[in-house]
Every structure is written in structure tokens, then in C-alpha cells.
Design a binder for this molecule. Structure first.
Ligand code: NAI
Length: 791
């Protein structure tokens, strides 16, 4: 036994294990296996799968593999509970959420120990971070429950929510899903990850204890097949998923065309940028929290260290010294820093990626290779000199591996930071506030932490850009995922289906009265462009007479238009005031030509003079509304942790595709394009196929109104074919589509490639009323920038 005087000399930690007795007793009580939690009761255990303790490799429980029938029963229970739950007053729902929060808090120690046993994360983390945040999430959303009707006026609950979560933060991810769903008046069926179902089952017990109405929350355990059954179930109105980008993509495809609302929180390869003037000691602690927190099994882990060349060596030296002090081992020991990897399969994945990195010639540095002689462990690892093309710089390793590279200038740092298909989070270290905020604004990520990392709070949204998914969890922005705020449906406007017969060339057609070349060209990069195909199509009046020709755009034209839109990105950086002025100018110029536009509408669609005039007037007013909104769709400062300003910024997507319906050819076009550009997006618009001439006339308005080249591009032709090309294009960040159901389904399915956000409607909208914040919200994504203050 070590003597006190020796310990005082070495200052070594002794073992300090957290007692797991009560959890072991709970597991013993359930040794016959856990059933599902459906309709307020546990079902009898069915076909069991094994649950292991990663730190020991021992089997600790059996949970039931959810069948299609189990999923069906859970969805039916959620459906049954829905009307009553949704009809409760906000105050009543609030009390239920509050009770859940209280019960979680009362059982914090128990839940922390289960989480650590089940997942392998250090008890320090489950006790001080995961479980307190779970309670905080329920408290925060208890508040929202009582505010939802007034703060989210004009919206309604989505219905039954299917929720699928990963194993890295089992109970916290449950809270992130269930608390907002319940607060917003929905019921839920949640499937925990197969490696870590235990805290979800303990939570089910809490639901009973806290008196939650039966069926409001249902838990079905199982693997990916159970998840897939939940995704496919017709009775589910919304899917919320957190997990790998690969499965997220499969879910995007599986839900395409079903009308299910979808939010995806997927992988990441987040940059951790250290500038020369950073406080290096703090940055080193930041790295520890960024990549060795939860063994690096964190979607927003700062896994790519980008260090300013001038300080890289000093930083690496400090890092190595710090790594030598990290304690890897028993997660139940209160002084353990790095616990166990969740499962052998995950360990193998880390090892495979590292082998591939070694084959590239990369060298790994570890303070100590010694690991516990049983269980699933991987040592904290630093890999320096990693090229951006290396597999370790590109792939999400999801393990305690930091890859580092250097940069020379802030521009290079931003370029490297954005050199990833993901965009979940970033961490920026500098003592220069101007630089910090500038870099935070330029990094494409849903969360940016300045001089900090892995900060979370229920009041702030969390979620990704690009292939890290779409939708936010937490705060006000997260609640939109659990409410429906569709613009009101309207009657179909009189419109004939487009008959697009290709005519060779764009030369004057003998069919066309007057014989003049009035072929409306495409509009790309601020210039009229002949369609690549060289073909045009006849635009007909209601009696079938040819009133003009429009270009028959194809894939190449869409590509050119997307390129032009991407080049015009400085529009997004223009001041909102400037964008507003340009939009007012558009409105004025449209107004000055109101008669001409009304005449065109009458000729194309056969509407009455009054209806045509009304549509033009509504379009002018709409442009005014969005000009007004350009500098008023503010972000927010979230009330999160003390000594942090959490700035929620509404940022444009970048390049948006917009596919308009045949209805309201001018008003629909204006209703979509104006909010998109007001928020700073550049647009590739596909106007009504049957009545494209209002949009092609519109480019003369754009030209006259100082809209910069490339901000609005117009490609005429067959809507669904062009929509499909836009959906497939990786340069398009978001896509709005109104058209038929088949087109809508295709848009959603094809958008799975780069996981662009889509908004589709396959029924007519009430265009005169289709206006307001719902459009602006869809034209933006929220970036949360956490800015600390104080010394
Ligand atoms: P995963 O994406 O397969 O699992 C996440 C959840 O989805 C689990 O509940 C799983 O049962 C469920 N699931 C699997 N296939 C499904 C399907 N076809 N339909 C519906 N649900 C399905 O992630 P996995 O295999 O556990 O980990 C693989 C890699 O994914 C990790 O190495 C890591 O890189 C990444 N990952 C990222 C996470 C994040 O938070 N961003 C979380 C977990 C994993």
C-alpha cells in the first residue's frame, strides 16, 4: 500500500471509483431482459439482443429487438395519445415537462452511473455534463410548453414524431428529441441506439413515476432495422434523426415524397483554429475538451486542429505535455479523463482508419500506449502534418484522434476550415475580437465557439450546415422542427399543364404572329443566354395559340446558372440596407410596368383584367414587404451560460434553387425569389413552365434595378427535369419546389446527395397570403456563435 508521504511526493491519483451498486441491482432486477415502453407500460421482453459494458466487455443486459409489429404498436399508442396531449393547455403540458425535469434531477446520480456503464464515458462527464444538461433541457422546454401558443402563433403540432438517436450521448440525445416534441404538443416514439438503450429505459420508468400520460412517450429498442421500420411507418408525421451521414442520407431517401417532416443531425469534421495571438494554454485545454471529451465520439468534436505556423511547434509541445497527463481507464473512476470506446465495432472502425492513415505515411504520437487489459480502449493520439487530402483529415474518425496541420494567413485558415463536406461546428482561438468574429462569420458551420469548445445549452440551437444535416435542436429555432407553419393552401389557379414541344432553334417561328424573334432567352449571370440545347418551346395562350417562345433549358444551363449564382456570393455579404434598396427598386420598376405585366398575364393565362392587375399589384407589394424585411429579420442573443453571448445569426444558404408552379406565374415567382434574395441568397429560378414569360420579362426589371449579375438566374423549360437537376447539384444549398407530387418526391430523394435542405409543396398555395417570416426562416439557416467575455 502506498504511503501518504510517497503519494504527496508523486501527487499520483489513487483510484476513486463511483459506486455502481444501485445500478447493478437495477440491472439484476431486469435480468430477464427489458421490453419496450409502449402506451405507458413495459411490454414483455421479446427476442433479446445483448447490451455490453464497454469498459469490461461484459454483458450487462438484454433488450428487445423491436419488430415491425412493435413499432406499429408504439406508433398506434402515440397516435392514440396525440389528441389529448395536443389539446392540453400549454400550462398543463408545462407541468408534465417540469415533473420530468425534477425526476431526472432527483435521479441524476443513478442515471450518470448507468450512462457510464452502458456507454463507457467517464463518470465525470456523465455526472457533470450529460445528465445536468438533460435536466436543463426538460426545464427549458417546460417553459416553452406554456409559451408555444403565443410565441408560435399560427402554427400547430406536427403529430407523431419518430425519433432515432445514437449512442454517444444516449440520454442527452433523448432529451434533445423528446423535450421539444412534447413541449410543442406532439407525441413521440423514440428508438435509442442498440449499444446504449439503458438510460432510455430508465427514462421510461421516470415517465411512469412522473405521471406522464400514457402514450405521450414510447420507447422501442432495437437496431437499424427497427429504426428503418419507424422511418417507413405511415403513421409517423416527422422523423428526427441523429447519427451517421450515411444513415441520414438513407432516411432522406426513405422519407422522400411521404410528406414527413425531417430533421437530420449528422456527422462532422470540425476545425479547431488556433491563431498566433491565442492564449495557447487555454487552447490546449480547449483541445482536450474538443477531441478527448467522450473519447472523441462526438459529432461536433474539434477533430482537425489548424494551427498558425508561427505557434504550431509551441502548441504541439504543450499538447504533448498535456496528453501525458490524461488518464485513460475505468470510466467509473472519478479521476479518469478518457474512458472506453462504445463497442468493438467502433474500435475496429477507428483502427481501420488509422491503418489507412499509416499507409499514407502519417505518423502518430501518443503519450502512453498502455491501456487497460480488458474492455474497449483507444489511446489519445495526435497526428501532425496532415494534408487536407488525407483520409484522416476528411473522414469522421469518431475516436480520440486529433489531426493537425498548419496555416499561414487567416484566409488560408478559413479555406482549410471550410475544406470539408461537413459543417457542424468550429472552434476559433484568438485574443483579437475582430478576427474571431470575422472568422466565425466566414466558417460554414452551425455552431462556432470562440475561445471555447463543446459548449451546449438548451436555449441555443444546435445543428449543421451542408452534409452535417439540416434543422436545429434546442432553443427557439429547434422548436420550429416540431411545429407546422405551412403557408395556407389555396385553390389551383387556372393553368393548363405545360405542353413543352421542342422547336428547333430560337429563330422566329412562322406560328408566331408578327414573325419577330421574341424568343425569351434564359438569364444567367446577369445576361440573356441562349439555351444550350438550341431549342425553344412554344408558350401558348388558353386557346392554344402561340404567344411566344421560351428557351428549353437543360442540365448544362442549370450548371451554368449555379456557377453564376455561386460567383455572386458577395451579395450575401452586402449590407441588409443595400439589399433592401435594391429590392425597393425592383418593386418600383415592376410597378412602373404594371400594365405590361398584367397584359402578359392575361395573354398567357386568360385571367380577367382585374385578376391580372391584382396579381401584379400583389407582386409589387410583396417585393416591398421583403425589401422592408431585408434588414429586420434579426437573429437573437440566446440566454445560455453565464459569461457567454450566444449570437444566433440568420445566414443565407448560399445558392438556392427555386422551382415555381404554374399557378400565379408572376406572384409565385416574386413570392419565392424576393425573400430568398432579401436574405442574401443567390437564386437559380425555374419559372412556371406553362407561363414562363412573366419571369422572362422580369429580368429586364432586374437589369433596371441594379440587381448584381448572378443574384437571380432564370432557366425556363420543363420544371420537373430542371428541378431534378437542381436537386442533384452539389452546388445548390437549398431548394424550394412547388409542383406535382411525383416532382416533389423526386426533389427530396435526389437532394440526398449533398443533403440540401428542401421545401416542397405538391398542392397549390394561397399565393396572395403566402408571405412572411416562414419564408424568411426557410431562406436562412441559424449559426450560433458563442462568444465569451471576462478575463
Ligand atoms: P448509425 O448512424 O448507424 O446509428 C445511429 C442510429 O441510427 C442508431 O440508433 C441506429 O440503430 C439507427 N439506424 C441505423 N441504421 C438505420 C436505418 N437504416 N434507418 C433508421 N435508423 C437506423 O451510426 P453507427 O453505426 O452507430 O456509427 C457509425 C459512425 O457514424 C460512427 O463511427 C460515427 O462516425 C458516425 N456517428 C455519428 C454520430 C453523430 O452524432 N454525428 C452519432 C453516431 C455515429
Amino acid at each position: 500500500m502506498a504511503l501518504v508521504k510517497d503519494i504527496l511526493r508523486s501527487m499520483d491519483y489513487g483510484p476513486s471509483p463511483e459506486s455502481s451498486e444501485h445500478v447493478r441491482a437495477w440491472l439484476e432486477k431486469h435480468k430477464a431482459g427489458f421490453g419496450h415502453f409502449i402506451g405507458g407500460r413495459f411490454t414483455r421482453p421479446g427476442m433479446l439482443f445483448d447490451v455490453f459494458e464497454p469498459a469490461t466487455g461484459e454483458r450487462i443486459a438484454g433488450a428487445t429487438q423491436g419488430s415491425d409489429a412493435d413499432v406499429g404498436a408504439a406508433v398506434a399508442a402515440a397516435r392514440k395519445a396525440l389528441p389529448k396531449w395536443a389539446a392540453l393547455s400549454g400550462y398543463e403540458r408545462s407541468k408534465h415537462l417540469y415533473a420530468l425535469a425534477r425526476h431526472v434531477q432527483k435521479r441524476e446520480r443513478f442515471l450518470s452511473v448507468i450512462e457510464t456503464i452502458d456507454n463507457g464515458k467517464p463518470i465525470r462527464e456523465s455526472r457533470d455534463i450529460d445528465i445536468p444538461l438533460v435536466a436543463r433541457h426538460f426545464y427549458h422546454h417546460a417553459g416553452w410548453a406554456s409559451l408555444i401558443e403565443t410565441e408560435f402563433e399560427g402554427t400547430r403540432p406536427v403529430g407523431v414524431c419518430g425519433q432515432i438517436i445514437p449512442w454517444n450521448f444516449p440520454l442527452l440525445m433523448l432529451a434533445w428529441k423528446i423535450a421539444p416534441a412534447l413541449a410543442a404538443g406532439n407525441t413521440a416514439v423514440l428508438k435509442p441506439a442498440e449499444y446504449t438503450p439503458l438510460t432510455a429505459l430508465a427514462f421510461a420508468e421516470i415517465c411512469v413515476e412522473a405521471g406522464l400520460p400514457a402514450g405521450a412517450v414510447n420507447i422501442v429498442t432495437g437496431d437499424g432495422a427497427t429504426g428503418a421500420a419507424l422511418v417507413a411507418h405511415e403513421g409517423v408525421d416527422k422523423i428526427a434523426f441523429t447519427g451517421s451521414t450515411e444513415v441520414g442520407r438513407a432516411i432522406r431517401k426513405a422519407t422522400a415524397g411521404t410528406g414527413k417532416k425531417l430533421s437530420l443531425e449528422l456527422g462532422g469534421k470540425s476545425p479547431f483554429v488556433v491563431f498566433e495571438d491565442a492564449d495557447l494554454d487555454s487552447a490546449v485545454e480547449g483541445v482536450v475538451d474538443a477531441i478527448w471529451f467522450n473519447q472523441g465520439q462526438v459529432c461536433c468534436a474539434g477533430s482537425r486542429l489548424l494551427a498558425a505556423e508561427g505557434v504550431a511547434d509551441a502548441l504541439y509541445a504543450k499538447l504533448r505535455a498535456r496528453m501525458a497527463k490524461l488518464r485513460v481507464g475505468d470510466p467509473l473512476d472519478k479521476s479518469t479523463d478518457v474512458g472506453a470506446i462504445v463497442a468493438p465495432a467502433q474500435l475496429e472502425r477507428i483502427e481501420r482508419l488509422m491503418r489507412e492513415g499509416a499507409e499514407e505515411g502519417l505518423e502518430f504520437w501518443r503519450a502512453d500506449d498502455r491501456l487497460p487489459n480488458r474492455g474497449c480502449f483507444y489511446p489519445p493520439t495526435l497526428v501532425t502534418g496532415v494534408e487536407p487530402a488525407s483520409i484522416l483529415a476528411r473522414e469522421e474518425i469518431f475516436g480520440p484522434v486529433l489531426v493537425a496541420t498548419t496555416f499561414r494567413t487567416p484566409d488560408e485558415a478559413v479555406a482549410l476550415a471550410n475544406n470539408t463536406r461537413y459543417g457542424l461546428a468550429a472552434s476559433v482561438w484568438t485574443e483579437n475580437v475582430n478576427r474571431a468574429l470575422e472568422v466565425a462569420a466566414r466558417i460554414k458551420a452551425g455552431v462556432v465557439w470562440i475561445n471555447s469548445t463543446n459548449m451546449f445549452d438548451a436555449a441555443s440551437g444546435f445543428g449543421g450546415y451542408r452534409e452535417s444535416g439540416f434543422g436545429r435542436e434546442g432553443g427557439r429555432e429547434g422548436l420550429f422542427e416540431y411545429r407546422i407553419a405551412e403557408p395556407p393552401a389555396g385553390k389551383p389557379y387556372p393553368a393548363k399543364a405545360a405542353r413543352l414541344s421542342a422547336l428547333p432553334g430560337t429563330a422566329p417561328s412562322s406560328e408566331f404572329a408578327g414573325g419577330l424573334d421574341r424568343t425569351a432567352k434564359l438569364y444567367v449571370g446577369g445576361k440573356q443566354a441562349r439555351p444550350d440545347s438550341g431549342y425553344s418551346y412554344a408558350v401558348l395562350d388558353p386557346r392554344g395559340g402561340v404567344i411566344g417562345l421560351a428557351g428549353l433549358g437543360n442540365r448544362k444551363d442549370v450548371r451554368n446558372a449555379v456557377e453564376a449564382a455561386a460567383k455572386a456570393s458577395s451579395w450575401g455579404a452586402a449590407t441588409a440596407h443595400n439589399r433592401a434598396q435594391v429590392l425597393y427598386y425592383v418593386a418600383e420598376n415592376l410597378s412602373a410596368r404594371a400594365d405590361e405585366f398584367a397584359g402578359r398575364l392575361r395573354a398567357m393565362t386568360g385571367v380577367s383584367a382585374r385578376a391580372a392587375e391584382a396579381e401584379v399589384e400583389a407582386s409589387v407589394k410583396r417585393a416591398f414587404v421583403y425589401a422592408g424585411f431585408a434588414d429586420k429579420f434579426d437573429g437573437a442573443v440566446h440566454a445560455t451560460r453565464s459569461r457567454f453571448v450566444t449570437l444566433a445569426m440568420n445566414e443565407p444558404w448560399g445558392v438556392m434553387g427555386i422551382v415555381c408552379p404554374n399557378e400565379a406565374p408572376l406572384l409565385a415567382f416574386v413570392s419565392f425569389v424576393m425573400p430568398a434574395i432579401a436574405m442574401g441568397n443567390c437564386v437559380v429560378a425555374v419559372p412556371s413552365a406553362a407561363h414562363p414569360l412573366s419571369a422572362t420579362d422580369f429580368y429586364t426589371v432586374l437589369d433596371a434595378s441594379d440587381v448584381s449579375a448572378g443574384v437571380v438566374n432564370i432557366v425556363t423549360g420543363e420544371s420537373n427535369a430542371l428541378a431534378a437537376t437542381l436537386a442533384e447539384h452539389d452546388g445548390v444549398d437549398a431548394l424550394w419546389y412547388v409542383g406535382d407530387a411525383a416532382g416533389a418526391a423526386k426533389v427530396e430523394a435526389l437532394s440526398a446527395g449533398n443533403l440540401k435542405a428542401t421545401w416542397v409543396a405538391s398542392s397549390a398555395l394561397d399565393w396572395p397570403r403566402a408571405e412572411g417570416r416562414a419564408f424568411l426562416r426557410r431562406a436562412t439557416q441559424v449559426k450560433n456563435i458563442w462568444t465569451p467575455y471576462g478575463e
